[in-house]
Design a protein around this ligand. Structure first.
Ligand code: ATP
Ligand code: MG
Length: 863
């Protein structure tokens, strides 16, 4: 069975048993800032297990692309890869252990036809710390299904107790299926002895995470309101099992990639470690980049950067001038493009981005490699700070330095490197090690008792009361927080806007009316994934307690500025579409009190005229004083009404459609002005490119816009003063200045082009076109004539008047006169002028040519 057949067999099996097939998500998590990449089939579904969202059916199955960054360093072994496809099945508040085990056994030994004698399973062996007994129920279920007891291995919590994902939330015991890959990989398991999960026995299926507990932030396990089963199996490992392969790199999914790596490196024959690594890394980079991530220095972008750079370095370390990766990407798309069509549609863009990364990094690798060789030659070792310097100066990732050093027979002290890195971070941030206060993150799972959404009142009011539901301080939930401490506070209702939709959260104050003096500053507001609003509070007086009724007051001036900027962002989007065309789509935005930032798709820089038109249009709309109009409707209704929405944004069931006049209509949960005149004035501060095809406009409103105009006007008048012009003449004055700087000054030399030297009637002559003032031409002609002892004719045909300058050196004065020559020329070419024996100048009607001047010279007989 190849990869395609296994995918279908798995999903069909579960469909046949009542599961609904759902599509896999992108490897980039949507609305989940806690996760760098989707690393399991369960990750995009996690809200189903906490009850925060209702699943489309209680029993589900799918195939999900996963990225496991923590396994990157293991790649090259038999069974760990960075990108893999996870086959998953779920039961949410449905069947539990017994049925899950039954289904797993039936699929493995039935539809997939695995030899049951090659299978071992592990179960949770109990944990006194957690106060939990061994999972006998699962062990019995396996026995009943047909796995003998001596192949059921009980393992401790660190192996077979899953979760929670963060500090708190759903968790429970799990059971995993292992494949016996044969005695060549190690001794057989003896019941009661150690079970080797690294070499001989390879995990092929986590056949059931049995979520039955809710771990609170206090560390206590409580029963969940409902139980669930989550399973996941790596497609590549399953193919290894079914086809008796040595490693995942021999599967139908990866073998063609490994071959193409060998071709590219010209290293046919035995498959080497780095062939496997490059095949895997390029596949993972393509998967990540096909979902829109581009190599960069931070966050998600750092992973494709690290993967590509490692491949580039490996290839160059194998004496390649350049890493010609294209055939490898083609092999990836050839193998997965049918299942994941976006791999194919994004191929060109992904290739271009990889090429750019390769080219930028290639030079660095060269220099880094040279430097590394120098270090090794001088010191015979690579210290942690050497590795850190290579990283800081050449961007050489430490694992690459380690690999290169290893290839030269030198080891690297990783701990020394880590401490050098830590020292650097401490220095550059000024934060003492470990001194950052642990705050509640929006993705942390909260105990069920305090879950639930905060009611937002801030569309209509800036002050309201609310009751404190949760206080989170010092890494845990607490009952009271006293002055001098920070706390994250969740209340039942609030006028504070929580950061979202590009708009930053409100700031303000909180006080406890029942205990005058008690309260604090709210510095930031964010929305927890569960819907509760987290107010980051510095308690400045008395204390805050759970259950307190508090008065929450939003800083009105910050809010009004934010609202003006948010509405202006909508008007800016509408104006850009109106001026540039309907291809303009919002690609991101940031709304703060001080300014707004709007990113959008457009292939070119905006011209000054376009920018002016946009500014003018927005300001016209501001002056219409249109009122804010809000309607709450369903997503479908909103779409039908033509409101603009952002792809990938989760607006919830009922959406707010916000419009101003007939020019702006968008889905938006942010806070806005009541009427557009509150924006006051709108000015664009800058326009630039941030990625290919994406532009960024930064703009300001209200007082900031006025300040911007005043600053511009005062710079203008300063420029005018410097130029000794009035502000309204400043442009022409500047032009003159630039023009004058370009043309040589009168009296200084002229620039001669296309000089032609010849001899006429034994007299040496130079003919040339020249640029410059008349004075410049004269000076040049005189100098040239005397220094070189020849007759010189210079003409300037580029200006309106065609100037001709003639000069005869003194030593030829007995044979020829400059004014005679000029007279002959003007007779022939029209015009007039005069001079003396050595220099003459005039204006001619017909532009002189070399030929016409040569004729003039031939005619002018030497005296
Ligand atoms: P291991 O201990 O072998 O790394 P794991 O415990 O990390 O596996 P789980 O988190 O339980 O694995 O993931 C479920 C399944 O996903 C595994 O049974 C395996 O089939 C697959 N899987 C996990 N990590 C990888 C990987 N890096 N490459 C390929 N498949 C993987
Ligand atoms: Mg693992």
């Amino acid at each position: 069975m190849n990869g395609d057949a296994i995918r279908e067999t798995f999903v069909r099996f579960f469909e046949r048993h009542g599961h609904r097939r759902i599509s896999g998500a992108s490897v980039v998590p949507v609305n989940d800032p806690t996760l760098l990449f989707v690393n399991s089939g369960m990750a995009p579904l996690k809200k189903y297990f906490t009850g925060e969202k209702v699943p489309p059916a209680p029993e589900l199955c799918n195939v999900q692309g996963c990225i496991r960054t923590k396994d990157i360093d293991d790649v090259g072994d038999r069974h760990h890869i960075t990108y893999f496809e996870m086959l998953g099945s779920w039961s949410i508040d449905g069947y539990f252990k017994e049925r899950a085990v039954e289904l797993a056994h039936e699929l493995l030994t039935g539809d997939l036809g695995l030899d049951p004698r090659r299978l071992y399973v592990t179960v949770f062996g109990g944990d006194t710390g957690l106060g939990l007994p061994a999972d006998e129920e699962s062990a019995l279920a396996w026995e009943r299904a047909g796995i003998p007891r001596d192949r059921v291995v009980a393992l401790p919590a660190e192996d077979n107790f899953w979760g929670p994902a963060g500090d708190s939330g759903p968790c429970g015991p799990c059971t995993e299926v292992f494949l016996d890959t044969g005695e060549e990989f190690g001794p057989a398991y003896v019941p009661g002895g150690a079970f080797d999960t690294k070499q001989r026995y390879i995990e092929i299926w986590n056949a059931g995470v049995f979520m039955e507990f809710d771990k609170g932030l206090d560390g206590v396990l409580r029963p969940l309101p409902f139980t669930s089963v989550d399973t996941g199996s790596g497609l590549e490992r399953m193919e290894l099992a079914l086809n008796g392969l040595d490693s995942v790199h021999d599967t139908s999914l990866l073998a063609p990639l490994v071959r193409s790596v060998q071709d590219v490196l010209g290293e046919k024959g035995e498959v080497l470690h780095h062939h496997r690594v490059i095949a895997d890394h390029m596949r993972a980079a393509v998967a990540i980049m096909s979902d829109g991530v581009r190599p960069g220095n931070e966050g998600r972008g750092y992973i494709p950067r690290r993967l590509i750079r490692k491949c580039v370095t490996m290839a160059m370390g194998r004496h390649q001038e350049r890493f010609d990766f294209e055939p490898i990407v083609e092999a990836v798309v050839g193998s997965l493009g049918g299942t994941y069509p976006h791999f194919a549609t994004e191929q060109t863009a992904v290739m271009a981005a990889i090429a750019q990364e390769r080219d930028e990094f290639g030079h660095t690798v060269r220099r880094g490699l040279d430097q590394l060789d120098k270090v090794i030659a001088q010191r015979g070792r690579v210290s942690g700070s050497d590795a850190f310097n290579l990283f800081a100066t050449y961007g050489l990732p430490v694992e690459i330095t380690r690999d290169l050093a290893a290839a030269r027979g030198v080891t690297l002290d990783r701990e020394e490197f880590d401490s050098a890195l830590r020292r650097h971070k401490v220095l550059s941030r000024g934060v003492p090690e470990g001194g950052e206060r642990r705050r509640l993150r929006t993705g942390d799972v909260l105990p069920a008792a305090v879950r639930g959404a905060t009611e937002f009142l801030g569309y209509d009011t800036l002050e309201s009361d609310g009751v404190i539901r949760t206080l989170f301080s010092g890494g845990t939930t607490v009952e009271e927080v006293e002055a001098g401490s920070g706390a994250d506070v969740i209340v039942d209702r609030t006028p504070f806007y929580g950061e979202g939709g590009g708009q930053i959260g409100d700031r303000g104050t909180v006080r406890v009316p029942a205990r005058p003096g008690s309260g604090g500053e709210i510095t930031e507001t964010v929305v927890h994934d569960g819907g509760g609003f987290l107010h980051r509070v510095e308690v400045t007086g008395g204390s805050l307690r759970v259950g307190d009724t508090v008065v929450l007051t939003v800083d009105p001036s910050a809010r009004v500025m934010t609202a003006a900027n948010h509405t202006a962002t909508h008007l800016l989007g509408a104006a850009l579409r109106s001026v540039l065309g309907p291809h303009v789509h919002q690609a991101g935005s940031l709304v703060e009190p001080q300014r707004l930032r709007f990113d959008f798709t457009h292939p070119r820089a905006l011209t000054t005229d376009e920018l002016t038109a946009v500014e003018r249009l927005v300001n016209e709309w501001v002056l219409t004083d249109s009122h804010r109009h809000v309607e709450v409707m369903t997503q479908e209704e909103a779409k039908a009404s033509g409101a603009i929405s952002l792809e990938g944004e989760d607006y919830g069931e009922a959406v707010r459609v916000l419009s101003f006049g007939d020019f702006s209509k968008e889905l938006c949960g942010g806070t806005h002005v009541d009427h557009t005149s509150q924006i006051g004035s709108f000015r664009i501060v800058s326009e630039q490119s941030i990625a290919s095809g994406v532009r960024r406009v930064v703009a300001v409103t209200r007082q900031r816009a006025v300040e911007h105009s005043i600053e511009q006007a005062s710079s203008l008048s300063e420029v005018a003063t410097t130029l000794r012009a009035s502000p309204k003449d400043v442009v022409s004055a500047a032009r003159r200045l630039v023009e004058a700087a370009r043309t040589p000054k009168a009296g200084t030399s002229a620039r001669v082009t296309g000089a032609h030297e010849t001899v006429v009637n034994d007299i040496p002559v130079m003919l040339a076109q020249a640029e410059g003032s008349v004075g410049g031409l004269r000076e040049e002609a005189r100098r040239e004539a005397e220094e070189r002892g020849r007759v010189v004719l210079l003409w300037n045909a580029s200006g309106e008047r065609k100037t001709l300058v003639v000069s005869v050196p003194k030593r030829l004065g007995d044979r020829l006169r400059a004014d005679d020559l000029l007279a002959n020329a003007t007779r022939r070419l029209g015009g007039g002028g005069g001079g003396n024996a050595v220099i003459a100048q005039g204006g001619v009607d017909v532009p002189p040519t070399r030929e016409s001047l040569l004729e003039v010279l031939t005619e002018t007989r030497p005296g």
